[in-house]
Design a protein around this ligand. Structure first.
Ligand SMILES: Cc1cc2nc3c(=O)[nH]c(=O)nc-3n(C[C@H](O)[C@H](O)[C@H](O)COP(=O)(O)OP(=O)(O)OC[C@H]3O[C@@H](n4cnc5c(N)ncnc54)[C@H](O)[C@@H]3O)c2cc1C
Length: 485
Protein backbone atom coordinates (compact mmCIF):
# COMPACT_ATOMS: atom_id res chain seq x y z
CA UNK A 1 0.00 0.00 0.00
CA UNK A 2 1.41 3.36 -0.98
CA UNK A 3 1.55 6.02 1.72
CA UNK A 4 1.62 9.76 1.27
CA UNK A 5 3.99 12.20 2.98
CA UNK A 6 1.71 12.95 5.94
CA UNK A 7 1.16 9.24 6.58
CA UNK A 8 4.90 8.63 6.31
CA UNK A 9 5.66 11.37 8.88
CA UNK A 10 3.14 9.81 11.23
CA UNK A 11 4.99 6.47 11.03
CA UNK A 12 8.16 8.16 12.31
CA UNK A 13 6.48 9.01 15.62
CA UNK A 14 6.93 5.49 16.91
CA UNK A 15 9.20 5.82 19.95
CA UNK A 16 12.44 5.32 18.00
CA UNK A 17 15.51 6.23 20.05
CA UNK A 18 17.78 8.82 18.44
CA UNK A 19 20.56 10.66 20.25
CA UNK A 20 22.02 13.96 19.08
CA UNK A 21 24.98 14.42 21.40
CA UNK A 22 23.57 13.98 24.88
CA UNK A 23 20.06 14.88 23.83
CA UNK A 24 17.40 12.22 23.31
CA UNK A 25 15.35 13.29 20.32
CA UNK A 26 11.69 12.85 21.09
CA UNK A 27 10.26 13.31 17.62
CA UNK A 28 12.38 13.56 14.46
CA UNK A 29 9.51 15.18 12.59
CA UNK A 30 9.57 18.25 14.84
CA UNK A 31 13.15 18.37 16.16
CA UNK A 32 15.20 21.26 14.67
CA UNK A 33 18.02 18.85 13.82
CA UNK A 34 15.86 16.48 11.75
CA UNK A 35 12.48 17.93 10.82
CA UNK A 36 13.33 19.34 7.39
CA UNK A 37 15.07 16.16 6.27
CA UNK A 38 11.96 14.27 7.45
CA UNK A 39 9.87 16.62 5.29
CA UNK A 40 12.12 15.97 2.31
CA UNK A 41 11.63 12.22 2.64
CA UNK A 42 7.90 12.91 3.02
CA UNK A 43 8.05 14.82 -0.27
CA UNK A 44 9.33 11.63 -1.93
CA UNK A 45 6.42 9.65 -0.46
CA UNK A 46 4.06 12.34 -1.72
CA UNK A 47 5.51 11.98 -5.20
CA UNK A 48 5.17 8.19 -5.19
CA UNK A 49 1.57 8.36 -4.03
CA UNK A 50 0.65 11.10 -6.52
CA UNK A 51 -1.65 9.50 -9.15
CA UNK A 52 -0.24 11.76 -11.87
CA UNK A 53 3.19 10.16 -11.32
CA UNK A 54 2.00 6.59 -11.04
CA UNK A 55 3.28 5.67 -14.50
CA UNK A 56 6.85 6.48 -13.43
CA UNK A 57 6.99 5.83 -9.72
CA UNK A 58 4.70 2.81 -9.30
CA UNK A 59 3.74 -0.48 -10.88
CA UNK A 60 0.68 -2.64 -10.56
CA UNK A 61 0.64 -6.30 -9.64
CA UNK A 62 -2.41 -8.43 -8.90
CA UNK A 63 -4.58 -5.34 -8.57
CA UNK A 64 -2.29 -3.56 -6.08
CA UNK A 65 0.04 -0.66 -6.69
CA UNK A 66 3.62 -0.53 -5.37
CA UNK A 67 6.61 1.78 -5.62
CA UNK A 68 8.68 1.01 -8.74
CA UNK A 69 11.81 0.39 -6.66
CA UNK A 70 10.14 -2.86 -5.51
CA UNK A 71 9.74 -4.08 -9.10
CA UNK A 72 11.52 -7.39 -9.77
CA UNK A 73 13.10 -6.78 -13.18
CA UNK A 74 12.44 -9.36 -15.89
CA UNK A 75 13.48 -7.38 -18.96
CA UNK A 76 15.49 -4.39 -20.10
CA UNK A 77 12.22 -2.45 -20.12
CA UNK A 78 11.84 -3.20 -16.41
CA UNK A 79 15.38 -1.95 -15.79
CA UNK A 80 14.50 1.22 -17.66
CA UNK A 81 11.39 1.61 -15.50
CA UNK A 82 13.48 1.22 -12.37
CA UNK A 83 16.00 3.72 -13.77
CA UNK A 84 13.33 6.31 -14.53
CA UNK A 85 11.88 6.03 -11.03
CA UNK A 86 15.32 6.35 -9.39
CA UNK A 87 16.10 9.32 -11.60
CA UNK A 88 12.82 11.07 -10.84
CA UNK A 89 13.31 10.69 -7.09
CA UNK A 90 16.98 11.72 -7.23
CA UNK A 91 16.10 14.84 -9.22
CA UNK A 92 13.66 15.87 -6.48
CA UNK A 93 16.60 16.32 -4.09
CA UNK A 94 19.16 17.33 -6.75
CA UNK A 95 21.07 14.13 -5.93
CA UNK A 96 21.83 15.51 -2.48
CA UNK A 97 20.16 12.74 -0.49
CA UNK A 98 22.07 9.50 -0.85
CA UNK A 99 19.84 7.12 1.03
CA UNK A 100 16.33 7.65 -0.19
CA UNK A 101 13.85 4.74 0.19
CA UNK A 102 14.68 3.46 -3.32
CA UNK A 103 18.36 2.82 -2.44
CA UNK A 104 18.28 -0.20 -0.19
CA UNK A 105 15.15 -1.54 -1.90
CA UNK A 106 17.46 -2.65 -4.73
CA UNK A 107 19.38 -4.95 -2.37
CA UNK A 108 16.20 -6.54 -1.06
CA UNK A 109 14.65 -7.00 -4.50
CA UNK A 110 17.87 -8.65 -5.70
CA UNK A 111 17.93 -11.09 -2.79
CA UNK A 112 14.23 -11.83 -3.18
CA UNK A 113 14.89 -13.00 -6.76
CA UNK A 114 17.91 -15.10 -5.72
CA UNK A 115 16.76 -16.48 -2.33
CA UNK A 116 18.40 -19.89 -2.75
CA UNK A 117 21.76 -18.54 -1.64
CA UNK A 118 20.27 -18.31 1.86
CA UNK A 119 19.38 -22.01 1.95
CA UNK A 120 22.39 -23.89 3.27
CA UNK A 121 23.06 -27.21 4.98
CA UNK A 122 22.43 -25.59 8.35
CA UNK A 123 19.71 -23.00 7.80
CA UNK A 124 17.02 -22.33 5.23
CA UNK A 125 16.44 -18.61 5.34
CA UNK A 126 15.51 -18.14 1.66
CA UNK A 127 11.81 -17.79 2.45
CA UNK A 128 12.66 -15.18 5.09
CA UNK A 129 14.03 -12.76 2.54
CA UNK A 130 11.03 -13.31 0.29
CA UNK A 131 8.77 -12.61 3.28
CA UNK A 132 10.75 -9.50 4.17
CA UNK A 133 10.54 -8.26 0.58
CA UNK A 134 6.76 -8.81 0.62
CA UNK A 135 6.41 -6.84 3.85
CA UNK A 136 8.58 -3.97 2.60
CA UNK A 137 6.69 -3.75 -0.67
CA UNK A 138 3.28 -4.10 0.94
CA UNK A 139 3.94 -1.45 3.61
CA UNK A 140 6.04 0.85 1.40
CA UNK A 141 8.85 0.66 3.95
CA UNK A 142 11.99 2.71 3.97
CA UNK A 143 14.89 0.39 4.82
CA UNK A 144 18.33 1.66 5.86
CA UNK A 145 21.42 -0.44 6.46
CA UNK A 146 24.49 -0.75 8.65
CA UNK A 147 26.92 -3.41 7.47
CA UNK A 148 30.29 -2.08 8.64
CA UNK A 149 31.98 -3.01 11.94
CA UNK A 150 32.79 -0.25 14.41
CA UNK A 151 36.16 1.50 14.42
CA UNK A 152 38.59 -0.26 16.73
CA UNK A 153 37.71 -3.66 15.39
CA UNK A 154 41.24 -3.95 14.04
CA UNK A 155 42.44 -3.85 17.67
CA UNK A 156 40.26 -6.75 18.67
CA UNK A 157 43.05 -8.43 20.69
CA UNK A 158 43.54 -5.30 22.78
CA UNK A 159 39.89 -5.40 23.84
CA UNK A 160 40.28 -9.01 24.91
CA UNK A 161 43.56 -8.33 26.73
CA UNK A 162 41.87 -5.59 28.72
CA UNK A 163 38.86 -7.76 29.47
CA UNK A 164 36.52 -5.42 27.57
CA UNK A 165 33.53 -6.57 25.55
CA UNK A 166 34.04 -6.30 21.82
CA UNK A 167 31.85 -3.56 20.41
CA UNK A 168 31.07 -5.51 17.21
CA UNK A 169 27.48 -6.58 16.63
CA UNK A 170 27.05 -10.26 17.41
CA UNK A 171 24.54 -12.86 18.49
CA UNK A 172 24.73 -13.30 22.24
CA UNK A 173 21.89 -15.77 22.69
CA UNK A 174 19.24 -17.60 20.75
CA UNK A 175 15.97 -19.27 21.61
CA UNK A 176 13.05 -20.87 19.82
CA UNK A 177 11.71 -17.48 18.79
CA UNK A 178 14.91 -15.94 17.40
CA UNK A 179 18.27 -14.43 18.28
CA UNK A 180 19.40 -11.74 20.72
CA UNK A 181 21.95 -9.32 19.29
CA UNK A 182 24.30 -6.88 21.02
CA UNK A 183 26.93 -4.47 19.74
CA UNK A 184 27.45 -1.65 17.25
CA UNK A 185 27.34 -1.22 13.47
CA UNK A 186 27.91 1.76 11.26
CA UNK A 187 27.07 4.02 9.63
CA UNK A 188 23.34 3.91 9.17
CA UNK A 189 22.63 6.84 6.89
CA UNK A 190 19.00 8.00 7.00
CA UNK A 191 18.19 5.66 9.88
CA UNK A 192 16.28 8.30 11.93
CA UNK A 193 13.84 8.43 8.99
CA UNK A 194 13.63 4.73 8.13
CA UNK A 195 11.17 2.03 9.18
CA UNK A 196 13.53 -0.91 9.24
CA UNK A 197 17.26 -1.48 9.49
CA UNK A 198 19.23 -4.18 7.70
CA UNK A 199 22.21 -5.30 9.77
CA UNK A 200 24.98 -7.42 8.27
CA UNK A 201 28.57 -7.62 7.05
CA UNK A 202 29.85 -6.19 3.80
CA UNK A 203 33.53 -6.69 4.67
CA UNK A 204 35.11 -10.16 4.90
CA UNK A 205 34.85 -11.69 8.35
CA UNK A 206 37.33 -14.01 10.02
CA UNK A 207 35.82 -17.54 9.74
CA UNK A 208 36.18 -17.90 13.51
CA UNK A 209 33.81 -14.99 14.17
CA UNK A 210 30.64 -16.98 13.66
CA UNK A 211 28.52 -15.01 16.11
CA UNK A 212 29.28 -11.77 14.26
CA UNK A 213 28.11 -13.34 11.02
CA UNK A 214 24.54 -12.28 11.61
CA UNK A 215 22.46 -10.69 8.90
CA UNK A 216 18.97 -9.65 9.92
CA UNK A 217 16.40 -6.89 9.78
CA UNK A 218 14.74 -5.12 12.68
CA UNK A 219 12.15 -2.35 13.06
CA UNK A 220 13.99 0.89 13.73
CA UNK A 221 11.98 1.30 16.95
CA UNK A 222 12.71 -2.23 18.19
CA UNK A 223 13.41 -2.26 21.94
CA UNK A 224 17.17 -2.03 22.48
CA UNK A 225 18.04 -0.18 19.23
CA UNK A 226 19.45 3.31 19.58
CA UNK A 227 20.74 5.58 16.82
CA UNK A 228 23.63 7.92 17.61
CA UNK A 229 23.66 10.70 15.07
CA UNK A 230 26.62 12.76 14.01
CA UNK A 231 26.33 16.55 14.14
CA UNK A 232 23.15 17.78 12.48
CA UNK A 233 23.95 20.30 9.76
CA UNK A 234 20.27 21.10 9.52
CA UNK A 235 20.28 22.33 13.10
CA UNK A 236 23.22 24.62 12.37
CA UNK A 237 21.86 25.94 9.07
CA UNK A 238 21.48 29.69 9.52
CA UNK A 239 18.37 29.72 7.30
CA UNK A 240 17.15 28.11 4.11
CA UNK A 241 18.54 31.12 2.23
CA UNK A 242 22.00 30.75 3.78
CA UNK A 243 22.38 26.94 3.73
CA UNK A 244 19.70 25.61 1.39
CA UNK A 245 20.98 22.03 1.17
CA UNK A 246 21.86 21.58 4.84
CA UNK A 247 18.47 23.07 5.70
CA UNK A 248 16.52 20.57 3.60
CA UNK A 249 18.55 17.48 2.81
CA UNK A 250 20.66 16.53 5.81
CA UNK A 251 19.86 12.82 5.87
CA UNK A 252 21.95 12.06 9.01
CA UNK A 253 24.44 9.23 9.61
CA UNK A 254 24.18 7.16 12.79
CA UNK A 255 26.09 4.58 14.70
CA UNK A 256 23.58 1.87 15.59
CA UNK A 257 23.81 0.35 19.03
CA UNK A 258 21.92 -2.84 19.74
CA UNK A 259 21.40 -3.83 23.37
CA UNK A 260 19.61 -7.13 23.84
CA UNK A 261 17.61 -6.68 20.66
CA UNK A 262 15.42 -9.69 19.99
CA UNK A 263 15.15 -10.58 16.31
CA UNK A 264 12.57 -13.23 15.39
CA UNK A 265 13.83 -16.06 13.16
CA UNK A 266 11.66 -14.79 10.26
CA UNK A 267 13.87 -11.70 10.08
CA UNK A 268 17.19 -13.58 10.18
CA UNK A 269 18.87 -14.10 6.81
CA UNK A 270 22.35 -15.38 7.71
CA UNK A 271 23.52 -16.90 10.99
CA UNK A 272 26.92 -18.31 11.96
CA UNK A 273 28.27 -18.29 8.41
CA UNK A 274 30.97 -15.60 7.94
CA UNK A 275 31.57 -16.38 4.27
CA UNK A 276 27.90 -16.35 3.34
CA UNK A 277 27.31 -13.11 5.22
CA UNK A 278 29.45 -11.35 2.58
CA UNK A 279 28.60 -13.59 -0.38
CA UNK A 280 24.93 -12.64 -0.22
CA UNK A 281 25.86 -9.21 -1.60
CA UNK A 282 28.56 -10.16 -4.05
CA UNK A 283 27.43 -13.53 -5.41
CA UNK A 284 23.92 -12.23 -6.03
CA UNK A 285 22.80 -9.04 -7.80
CA UNK A 286 22.23 -7.33 -4.40
CA UNK A 287 25.29 -5.09 -4.22
CA UNK A 288 25.01 -4.06 -7.85
CA UNK A 289 21.26 -3.55 -8.10
CA UNK A 290 21.34 -1.45 -4.92
CA UNK A 291 24.29 0.69 -5.84
CA UNK A 292 23.00 1.23 -9.39
CA UNK A 293 20.66 3.76 -7.78
CA UNK A 294 23.67 5.64 -6.39
CA UNK A 295 25.13 6.12 -9.87
CA UNK A 296 21.80 7.45 -11.16
CA UNK A 297 21.58 9.80 -8.18
CA UNK A 298 25.06 11.09 -8.92
CA UNK A 299 23.98 12.09 -12.43
CA UNK A 300 21.29 14.28 -10.85
CA UNK A 301 23.95 15.85 -8.66
CA UNK A 302 26.32 16.40 -11.60
CA UNK A 303 23.56 18.11 -13.58
CA UNK A 304 22.91 20.43 -10.68
CA UNK A 305 26.67 21.07 -10.33
CA UNK A 306 27.00 21.99 -13.98
CA UNK A 307 23.91 24.19 -13.95
CA UNK A 308 24.97 26.20 -10.93
CA UNK A 309 28.53 26.53 -12.24
CA UNK A 310 27.39 27.91 -15.56
CA UNK A 311 25.04 30.34 -13.80
CA UNK A 312 27.89 31.58 -11.62
CA UNK A 313 30.23 31.97 -14.58
CA UNK A 314 27.52 33.95 -16.39
CA UNK A 315 26.92 36.16 -13.37
CA UNK A 316 30.62 36.82 -12.93
CA UNK A 317 31.05 37.39 -16.67
CA UNK A 318 33.77 34.74 -16.82
CA UNK A 319 31.75 32.56 -19.21
CA UNK A 320 33.11 34.67 -22.09
CA UNK A 321 36.70 33.75 -21.25
CA UNK A 322 38.03 30.92 -23.41
CA UNK A 323 39.86 29.22 -20.54
CA UNK A 324 36.64 29.18 -18.48
CA UNK A 325 34.68 27.83 -21.46
CA UNK A 326 37.29 25.08 -21.71
CA UNK A 327 36.73 24.21 -18.05
CA UNK A 328 32.95 24.16 -18.57
CA UNK A 329 33.54 21.82 -21.51
CA UNK A 330 35.64 19.61 -19.25
CA UNK A 331 32.80 19.42 -16.71
CA UNK A 332 30.26 18.72 -19.46
CA UNK A 333 32.45 15.88 -20.77
CA UNK A 334 32.68 14.37 -17.32
CA UNK A 335 28.91 14.54 -16.83
CA UNK A 336 28.25 12.86 -20.17
CA UNK A 337 30.70 10.06 -19.34
CA UNK A 338 28.80 9.25 -16.16
CA UNK A 339 25.42 9.41 -17.83
CA UNK A 340 26.68 7.01 -20.52
CA UNK A 341 27.97 4.68 -17.79
CA UNK A 342 24.52 4.58 -16.22
CA UNK A 343 22.83 3.76 -19.52
CA UNK A 344 25.50 1.17 -20.31
CA UNK A 345 24.58 -0.67 -17.10
CA UNK A 346 21.07 -1.12 -18.46
CA UNK A 347 21.91 -1.66 -22.13
CA UNK A 348 24.46 -4.40 -21.44
CA UNK A 349 22.45 -5.99 -18.64
CA UNK A 350 22.90 -9.45 -17.14
CA UNK A 351 20.43 -12.30 -17.47
CA UNK A 352 19.72 -14.15 -14.24
CA UNK A 353 18.22 -17.57 -13.58
CA UNK A 354 14.43 -17.60 -13.22
CA UNK A 355 13.89 -15.11 -16.03
CA UNK A 356 15.13 -12.11 -14.08
CA UNK A 357 17.69 -9.52 -15.16
CA UNK A 358 20.20 -7.29 -13.42
CA UNK A 359 22.12 -4.24 -14.54
CA UNK A 360 25.72 -4.79 -15.62
CA UNK A 361 27.54 -5.01 -12.32
CA UNK A 362 31.00 -4.36 -13.75
CA UNK A 363 29.89 -1.10 -15.33
CA UNK A 364 28.19 -0.18 -12.06
CA UNK A 365 31.44 -0.58 -10.14
CA UNK A 366 33.18 1.44 -12.87
CA UNK A 367 30.61 4.22 -12.51
CA UNK A 368 30.95 4.29 -8.71
CA UNK A 369 34.71 4.45 -9.11
CA UNK A 370 34.22 7.37 -11.48
CA UNK A 371 32.19 9.13 -8.76
CA UNK A 372 34.85 8.29 -6.17
CA UNK A 373 37.58 9.86 -8.33
CA UNK A 374 35.77 12.83 -9.81
CA UNK A 375 33.46 14.09 -7.09
CA UNK A 376 36.15 15.94 -5.18
CA UNK A 377 37.85 17.05 -8.41
CA UNK A 378 34.59 18.53 -9.73
CA UNK A 379 33.97 20.29 -6.40
CA UNK A 380 37.49 21.74 -6.53
CA UNK A 381 36.94 23.03 -10.07
CA UNK A 382 33.65 24.68 -9.08
CA UNK A 383 35.17 26.28 -5.99
CA UNK A 384 37.98 27.69 -8.15
CA UNK A 385 35.56 29.06 -10.74
CA UNK A 386 33.64 30.78 -7.91
CA UNK A 387 36.77 32.71 -6.95
CA UNK A 388 36.48 34.28 -3.53
CA UNK A 389 32.85 35.23 -4.21
CA UNK A 390 31.25 33.53 -1.25
CA UNK A 391 33.73 35.14 1.15
CA UNK A 392 32.70 38.54 -0.17
CA UNK A 393 29.13 38.04 1.00
CA UNK A 394 27.86 39.39 4.32
CA UNK A 395 27.58 36.97 7.21
CA UNK A 396 23.99 35.97 6.53
CA UNK A 397 20.77 37.06 4.89
CA UNK A 398 19.66 39.10 7.91
CA UNK A 399 21.51 41.87 6.06
CA UNK A 400 18.27 42.25 4.07
CA UNK A 401 16.09 42.50 7.16
CA UNK A 402 17.85 45.49 8.70
CA UNK A 403 16.94 48.75 6.86
CA UNK A 404 20.29 50.15 7.94
CA UNK A 405 22.20 47.46 5.97
CA UNK A 406 19.71 46.50 3.25
CA UNK A 407 20.06 49.52 0.96
CA UNK A 408 23.83 49.71 1.23
CA UNK A 409 24.04 45.97 0.57
CA UNK A 410 22.11 46.52 -2.64
CA UNK A 411 24.23 49.53 -3.59
CA UNK A 412 27.66 47.96 -3.06
CA UNK A 413 27.06 44.27 -3.81
CA UNK A 414 24.84 44.42 -6.91
CA UNK A 415 26.12 44.41 -10.47
CA UNK A 416 24.42 45.98 -13.54
CA UNK A 417 22.73 42.63 -14.27
CA UNK A 418 22.32 41.07 -10.84
CA UNK A 419 20.85 42.26 -7.57
CA UNK A 420 22.86 41.83 -4.41
CA UNK A 421 20.26 39.35 -3.17
CA UNK A 422 20.57 37.24 -6.33
CA UNK A 423 24.37 37.17 -6.04
CA UNK A 424 24.12 36.17 -2.39
CA UNK A 425 21.63 33.40 -3.19
CA UNK A 426 23.70 31.94 -6.03
CA UNK A 427 26.98 31.89 -4.12
CA UNK A 428 25.44 30.46 -0.96
CA UNK A 429 23.67 27.68 -2.86
CA UNK A 430 26.84 26.69 -4.71
CA UNK A 431 28.88 26.85 -1.51
CA UNK A 432 26.47 24.54 0.29
CA UNK A 433 27.06 22.03 -2.52
CA UNK A 434 30.85 22.25 -2.74
CA UNK A 435 32.31 24.07 0.26
CA UNK A 436 30.22 24.05 3.44
CA UNK A 437 30.13 21.54 6.31
CA UNK A 438 27.27 19.84 4.51
CA UNK A 439 29.36 19.66 1.33
CA UNK A 440 32.28 18.26 3.35
CA UNK A 441 30.08 15.41 4.56
CA UNK A 442 29.20 14.72 0.93
CA UNK A 443 32.91 14.51 0.09
CA UNK A 444 33.22 11.73 2.66
CA UNK A 445 29.98 10.08 1.65
CA UNK A 446 30.89 9.78 -2.03
CA UNK A 447 34.31 8.40 -1.02
CA UNK A 448 33.20 5.83 1.52
CA UNK A 449 29.60 4.75 1.23
CA UNK A 450 30.55 1.61 -0.70
CA UNK A 451 33.68 1.17 1.44
CA UNK A 452 37.20 2.52 1.00
CA UNK A 453 38.74 2.80 -2.48
CA UNK A 454 40.81 -0.36 -2.26
CA UNK A 455 37.60 -2.29 -1.61
CA UNK A 456 35.96 -0.63 -4.59
CA UNK A 457 38.88 -1.50 -6.84
CA UNK A 458 38.69 -5.04 -5.49
CA UNK A 459 35.10 -5.30 -6.79
CA UNK A 460 36.24 -4.25 -10.26
CA UNK A 461 39.17 -6.64 -10.14
CA UNK A 462 36.86 -9.51 -9.14
CA UNK A 463 34.30 -8.79 -11.86
CA UNK A 464 36.72 -8.06 -14.72
CA UNK A 465 36.65 -10.56 -17.62
CA UNK A 466 40.33 -11.35 -17.19
CA UNK A 467 40.14 -14.60 -19.19
CA UNK A 468 38.71 -12.77 -22.17
CA UNK A 469 41.29 -10.02 -21.92
CA UNK A 470 44.21 -12.39 -21.44
CA UNK A 471 42.86 -14.39 -24.38
CA UNK A 472 43.13 -11.31 -26.53
CA UNK A 473 46.73 -10.80 -25.44
CA UNK A 474 47.44 -14.52 -25.98
CA UNK A 475 45.95 -14.37 -29.46
CA UNK A 476 48.35 -11.61 -30.42
CA UNK A 477 51.27 -13.45 -28.80
CA UNK A 478 50.40 -16.58 -30.75
CA UNK A 479 50.11 -14.73 -34.03
CA UNK A 480 53.85 -14.42 -34.61
CA UNK A 481 57.04 -16.29 -33.85
CA UNK A 482 60.72 -15.55 -33.92
CA UNK A 483 62.24 -14.80 -37.29
CA UNK A 484 63.11 -18.06 -39.03
CA UNK A 485 66.36 -16.75 -40.48
C1 LIG B 1 28.87 9.70 5.21
C2 LIG B 1 28.96 8.21 5.18
C3 LIG B 1 27.80 7.45 5.15
C4 LIG B 1 27.88 6.06 5.16
N1 LIG B 1 26.71 5.34 5.18
C5 LIG B 1 26.78 4.00 5.38
C6 LIG B 1 25.59 3.24 5.58
O1 LIG B 1 24.47 3.75 5.51
N2 LIG B 1 25.72 1.93 5.85
C7 LIG B 1 26.94 1.31 5.94
O2 LIG B 1 26.99 0.13 6.22
N3 LIG B 1 28.08 2.00 5.71
C8 LIG B 1 28.03 3.33 5.44
N4 LIG B 1 29.19 4.05 5.24
C9 LIG B 1 30.47 3.32 5.05
C10 LIG B 1 31.16 2.83 6.26
O3 LIG B 1 30.50 3.15 7.41
C11 LIG B 1 32.63 3.21 6.41
O4 LIG B 1 32.81 4.59 6.54
C12 LIG B 1 33.46 2.79 5.29
O5 LIG B 1 33.32 1.42 5.04
C13 LIG B 1 34.93 3.07 5.61
O6 LIG B 1 35.25 2.51 6.86
P1 LIG B 1 36.08 3.36 7.95
O7 LIG B 1 35.54 4.72 8.05
O8 LIG B 1 36.14 2.51 9.16
O9 LIG B 1 37.50 3.53 7.27
P2 LIG B 1 38.67 2.51 7.28
O10 LIG B 1 38.25 1.20 6.72
O11 LIG B 1 39.29 2.53 8.64
O12 LIG B 1 39.65 3.17 6.25
C14 LIG B 1 40.34 4.40 6.56
C15 LIG B 1 41.43 4.62 5.55
O13 LIG B 1 42.42 3.58 5.63
C16 LIG B 1 42.59 2.97 4.36
N5 LIG B 1 42.73 1.53 4.54
C17 LIG B 1 42.18 0.77 5.50
N6 LIG B 1 42.52 -0.53 5.33
C18 LIG B 1 43.28 -0.57 4.22
C19 LIG B 1 43.92 -1.63 3.51
N7 LIG B 1 43.86 -2.91 3.92
N8 LIG B 1 44.62 -1.32 2.39
C20 LIG B 1 44.71 -0.02 1.96
N9 LIG B 1 44.13 1.02 2.61
C21 LIG B 1 43.42 0.76 3.72
C22 LIG B 1 41.25 3.25 3.62
O14 LIG B 1 41.44 3.27 2.21
C23 LIG B 1 40.89 4.61 4.12
O15 LIG B 1 41.52 5.60 3.37
C24 LIG B 1 29.14 5.42 5.19
C25 LIG B 1 30.30 6.18 5.20
C26 LIG B 1 30.23 7.55 5.21
C27 LIG B 1 31.50 8.33 5.25
Amino acid sequence: MLMNGAEYLETLRDGRVVYLGGEKVVDVTTHPGFRNAAKSFAMLYDATSDPSLHDILTFEENGSRYATHWLKPRSREDLVRRYEAHQYLADLTYGMMGRTPDYYAGFIVALAITPDILNTDKYSFGDNVIGFYDQCRENDWFVCNAVTPPAGIRKREMFLERGKALPALRVTAEDDAGVIINGAKLLATSSPFAHSIWLGNIHPLDPALKMEAITCAAPINAPGISLWSRKSFERHAVSEFDNPFAYRYDESDCIVICEDVHVPWEDVFVHQDPELSVDIYLKTPAHSMGNHQATIRFVSKMKFFLGITRRIAEMMGTDKILAVQDTLGHLASLESMLEAMVHGQIHNHENLPGGYVNINRRYMYGAIYWCYIYHEKVCAIIRELMGGGVMQMPSDISVLQNPETRDRFEEYWSTPETTAEERFKLFKLAWDAVGSDFAGRHLLYEKFYVGPAFVLRGHSNREAPWDEMMGIADKMLASYGPPTQ
